[in-house]
Design a protein around this ligand. Sequence first.
Ligand SMILES: *[C@@H]1O[C@H](CO)[C@@H](O)[C@H](O)[C@H]1NC(C)=O
Ligand SMILES: *[C@@H]1O[C@H](CO)[C@@H](O)[C@H](O)[C@H]1NC(C)=O
Ligand SMILES: *[C@@H]1O[C@H](CO)[C@@H](O)[C@H](O)[C@H]1NC(C)=O
Ligand SMILES: *[C@@H]1O[C@H](CO)[C@@H](O)[C@H](O)[C@H]1NC(C)=O
Ligand SMILES: *[C@@H]1O[C@H](CO)[C@@H](O)[C@H](O)[C@H]1NC(C)=O
Length: 310
Amino acid sequence: MARIARLFQGVVVAALFAVVVARQFSLPSTIPSLTSCLTEPVFYSCENTTTISDACCSPTPGGLVLQTQFWDTYTGLEKQGQLLPRNSWTIHGLWPDFCDGSFTQYCDLSRQYDPTPSPNTTNGLPNGTVVPSYSGPGVDTFILEFGRIDLLDYMNKYWISQGSPNKDFWAHEFSKHATCTSTFDVACYENYQAHEDVVNFFDTTVRAFQMFPTFDMLAAAGIVPSNSTTYTLSQIQTAIKIQTGATPFVGCGGNGTVLNEMWYFAHVLGTEQYGHFKPVESTTDSTCKNSGIRYLERTPTSEREVRVFP
Ligand SMILES: *[C@@H]1O[C@H](CO)[C@@H](O)[C@H](O)[C@H]1NC(C)=O
Ligand SMILES: *[C@@H]1O[C@H](CO)[C@@H](O)[C@H](O)[C@H]1NC(C)=O
Ligand SMILES: *[C@@H]1O[C@H](CO)[C@@H](O)[C@H](O)[C@H]1NC(C)=O
Ligand SMILES: *[C@@H]1O[C@H](CO)[C@@H](O)[C@H](O)[C@H]1NC(C)=O
Ligand SMILES: *[C@@H]1O[C@H](CO)[C@@H](O)[C@H](O)[C@H]1NC(C)=O
């Protein structure tokens, strides 16, 4: 009881502080200017019958959008406090595939913030353009430049890296994928402020992640982490398909026996930022076996309850 009371006391103080701060400041915008889209036709990406004339209005050519998630059992950086969110999968990213499932990466090296580019050339081959590694301020400082403590807090809870600091992983996802997504092009922002596209992409990825609550969808179908049970691939696929209407990519490690990834494919009406995601079938075959799939319980010391007041 005393703990709860103290918690509420803290919340009241934080709320009062927030009111005072909110009255004094307003945060800079990270919204693209889409007024030129008002007179464009409306369609789902990869389903347009006419040429898309303004790439800020619809992701093109990367119109097959993937919201990708991980199920990890540890982070490797537990000692630094990098823990997984209890009862939730984590964000991997938001990727712009071409309509056929192929893709490009690191499309704008002037927005290269990834400390360890992977692959290290734009095409992953020795003859590709070298992606230089980045050693400037972390992208977490970009989020703070725009005052988005709320976004940073959410990302530190749900966008978790394994084996590297979270902020390096976020930078990787932005520079590898968002620079190939037309709706985050610098030209889409009026009076562009450096890094507003980065913050806008992070907000967008969080929104897309929240459309696909993997842990809850699986749990609702009786599929929960267990170190003593196994599941079939079709059980997992069906549990998702009855909620989203489409089969996601289901990824496994351990020779196809340990569930660790889910990719939700979608066509998008309007922009990734604000538009409607329509799930479509995965273009990638599952890497899981048909049966005997383990959905591992996490190491207890690798996770924490995040659904508490900040
Ligand atoms: C949609 O428009 C893009 C860009 O103009 C074009 O490359 C693509 O072929 C079109 N897609 C379809 C399915 O018509
Ligand atoms: C890229 O990585 C490969 C494999 O690790 C390495 O052999 C190659 O030298 C690297 N290329 C550059 C340009 O750093
Ligand atoms: C790069 O190398 C690959 C494989 O060796 C080849 O298929 C491709 O055409 C080359 N690309 C360029 C731009 O030279
Ligand atoms: C996967 O299977 C191969 C061949 O059966 C085996 O050599 C390898 O050790 C297995 N790897 C793992 C991670 O279980
Ligand atoms: C479940 O098994 C995995 C893999 O062996 C292990 O890392 C994890 O700690 C186990 N979790 C629990 C709660 O026993």
